[in-house]
Design a protein around this ligand. Structure first.
Ligand code: NAD
Length: 476
C-alpha cells in the first residue's frame, strides 16, 4: 500500500486485524490449499518476467543475467521445492515412546505460527522479500511484507504482485521506511522474519520482545576466505571474483576478506587481477563499460564504501588494483587491497561493496585464530586440495555455513538450512527449514484412559512407589 503518513497507522491496524482472523482459518489449511497459493505466485512471476527485470534494473542497474540467477531463480526454485515436498513436511511426525510412557502415543504437529511480518533489505530486493513469503505460505501463515525503501521500483512491483493475486487478509505489502517498519513492529505478530544488518537486527529483536513474537534474524557480517598453500589458485580466484563482484559486492554471503598463505600470495593476487579483467573488462575498455557489473545502490552507500577505502589508505593500506569511483553513476571499481592492519575500519565493518582486502598468514592456526577473534560470520570459505585442512577449518571455527572450494553457492541449495549464528543471525531459512521457521512444532500426546505406566507412583507415596522411583532413576 502506498500511503500518506496519516493513513498508514489505521490501515496497518485494519490489515493486521484482518490477517489475525484469517490466520485462525489458515491454521486448518491443507497442503492442496497452500500449494494453490504458491502456484499463483509462480504463475505471476512467469507472466511478469519483463516487469521484474525492469524494476530491479531500474533500482541499481543489476545486470539482467544476475537478476535471473540471483533474484528470480531463488524464488522459483523455493516454490518448486515447497510444492514437491509440502505434503510430507506437513505430516505429523510420530516419535518414539519410552517404556516409562507405555500406552501413550506422541507426535509432532506442524501448526502454522499464525500472522507473520517479513522485513526485507534492498540488496536482493525481490528474492529476499518473496523467498520468506514462500516459507510463510507453505507453513500456513499470513504475511505482511515491508520491503526496502531503497529499491522503490522493486518494492512497488512486489506490492502490485500481492494486490493482484492475494487477498490482503492473506498477504499485504506496506512500502515505506523505518517509520512504517516501526509501526508494524508495534503489532503482536506471531513471527517476525527480518533480513538486514546486525545493528537493525538488534532493534527488531527488542521490538519483538515487547510482544514475545518469535524472530528469525537473517543478518550479515564479514565472511572470510582462507586460501591454503595447496590450492588451485586459478580456480579459487575465478570463484572469488565472481561471488565477490556479483551485485557489485552487495551480497550478504560475498567473501568479505581473504586470508592467503604467504607462499602463494603474489600468484593469487595476479590471478585475482586477471580474472577481474577476464570477466568484467575483456576488451580493455574499463570495468565501467561492462554491462555485467552492477552499481552501488545509492550515494549514501557509495560514500560509506569510499570512506572505508580512504580510511584504509590513510592508515597504510595499498591499492593493488582498482580504486576508481564515479560518483555520478554510483560506480565503484573492483578494488584489491593489501597491507591491512587491525586499526583500519575496513577490517571491522562489513564491506558490502567491491573492495577485497587480502591478508597473508604463514600458519593455518594463525588464520583460524584470526577468524575466531571476530564475531561469528554468516559463511566461511576455505580453498584447499587437502581434506585435512578443510576438516580442521570446519571443526575449529563457527559460522552460519562453511563451504570448501567455492563461495556463496550454498545459498541456492534448498536442502540446507540457511542462516547465521549470533552476530550473523538467529534461526534458519530455505526449504524445509523455512517451513519449520514459520511453524510451531507442537508436542501432541495421546494417553490411554484407565491404567497408565505412571499411575503406580501417584501419592500417597509408599514403599512400592519408592521402589518404582528408585528403579526409574537406576534404569531409565
Ligand atoms: P538494514 O538493516 O538497513 O535494513 C533492512 C530493512 O530494515 C529495511 O526494510 C529497512 O527499512 C528496515 N529498517 C531499517 N532501520 C530500521 C529500524 N530502525 N527499525 C525497523 N526497521 C528498520 O539493511 P540493508 O542495508 O537493507 O541490507 C544490508 C544488510 O543486510 C547487510 O548487513 C547484509 O549482510 C544483510 N543481509 C543479510 C542477508 C541474509 O540472508 N543473512 C541477506 C541480505 C542482506
Amino acid at each position: 500500500m502506498e500511503l500518506t503518513e496519516e493513513l498508514t497507522a489505521p490501515l496497518i491496524d485494519q490489515v493486521f486485524t484482518a490477517q489475525k482472523k484469517q490466520s485462525v482459518i489458515m491454521r486448518q489449511s491443507t497442503a492442496v490449499q497452500r500449494i494453490a497459493l504458491l502456484k499463483k505466485m509462480m504463475d505471476w512471476i512467469k507472466t511478469h518476467m519483463e516487469d521484474i527485470n525492469r524494476a530491479i534494473h531500474a533500482d541499481f542497474k543489476k545486470p539482467y543475467p544476475e537478476i535471473s540467477i540471483s533474484e528470480i531463480y531463488p524464488v522459483t526454485s523455493e516454490i518448486k521445492h515447497a510444492i514437491k515436498h509440502l505434503e510430507t513436511w506437513m505430516k505429523p511426525k510420530k516419535v518414539h515412546t519410552p517404556v516409562t510412557m507405555l500406552g501413550s502415543d506422541s507426535y509432532i504437529h506442524y501448526e502454522p505460527k499464525g500472522s507473520s511480518l517479513i522485513i526485507s533489505p534492498w540488496n536482493y530486493p525481490f528474492s529476499l522479500a518473496l523467498g520468506p513469503l514462500v516459507s510463510a505460505l507453505s507453513a500456513g501463515c499470513t504475511a505482511i511484507i515491508k520491503p526496502s525503501e531503497m529499491t522503490p521500483h522493486t518494492s512497488a512491483l512486489i506490492r502490485r504482485m500481492a494486490e493482484e493475486i492475494f487477498d490482503k487478509s492473506q498477504v499485504a505489502v506496506f512500502e515505506g521506511d523505518v517509520d512504517v517498519a516501526q509501526k508494524l513492529l508495534a503489532k503482536p505478530f506471531d513471527h517476525i522474519f527480518f533480513t538486514g544488518s546486525p545493528s537493525v537486527g538488534k532493534m527488531i529483536m527488542k521490538a519483538a520482545a515487547e510482544n514475545l513474537s518469535s524472530v528469525t534474524l537473517e543478518l550479515g557480517g564479514k565472511s572470510p576466505v582462507i586460501i591454503d598453500s595447496k590450492t588451485n589458485l586459478k580456480d579459487a580466484a575465478e570463484k572469488i571474483v565472481m561471488t565477490k563482484l556479483l551485485n557489485c559486492g552487495q551480497t550478504c554471503v560475498a567473501p568479505d576478506y581473504v586470508l592467503v598463505h604467504t607462499s602463494v600470495k603474489d600468484t593469487f593476487l595476479t590471478e585475482l587481477k586477471e580474472n577481474i579483467q577476464k570477466m568484467y573488462d575483456p576488451k580493455n575498455k574499463g570495468v565501467e563499460k561492462s554491462k555485467d557489473y552492477a552499481r552501488i545502490v545509492n550515494t549514501r552507500h557509495l560514500k560509506r564504501i569510499k570512506h572505508l577505502l580512504a580510511d584504509a589508505e590513510l592508515k597504510g593500506a595499498q591499492i593493488f588494483w582498482g580504486g576508481y569511483v564515479n560518483e555520478e553513476d554510483n560506480f565503484f571499481e573492483p578494488t584489491i587491497l593489501t597491507g591491512l592492519t587491525e586499526e583500519m575500519d575496513i577490517m571491522h565493518e562489513e564491506i558490502f561493496g567491491p573492495i577485497l582486502p587480502v591478508i597473508s598468514y604463514s600458519d593455518l592456526e594463525e588464520a583460524i585464530n584470526y577468524i575466531n577473534l571476530k564475531p561469528k560470520p554468516l559463511a566461511l570459505y576455505v580453498f584447499s586440495k587437502d581434506n585435512d585442512t578443510i576438516k580442521r577449518v570446519f571443526k575449529e571455527t563457527s559460522s552460519g555455513a562453511a563451504v570448501a572450494n567455492d563461495c556463496a553457492l550454498h545459498f541456492l541449495q534448498n536442502e540446507l538450512p540457511f542462516g547465521g549464528v549470533n552476530n550473523s543471525g538467529i534461526g534458519k531459512a530455505h526449504g524445509y527449514f523455512g517451513f519449520l521457521t514459520f511453524s510451531n512444532e507442537k508436542a501432541v500426546m495421546k494417553q490411554r484412559i484407565g491404567m497408565t505406566a505412571t499411575k503406580p507412583i501417584y501419592p500417597p507415596y509408599g514403599i512400592i512407589s519408592k521402589k518404582i522411583i528408585d528403579s526409574l532413576l537406576r534404569w531409565f
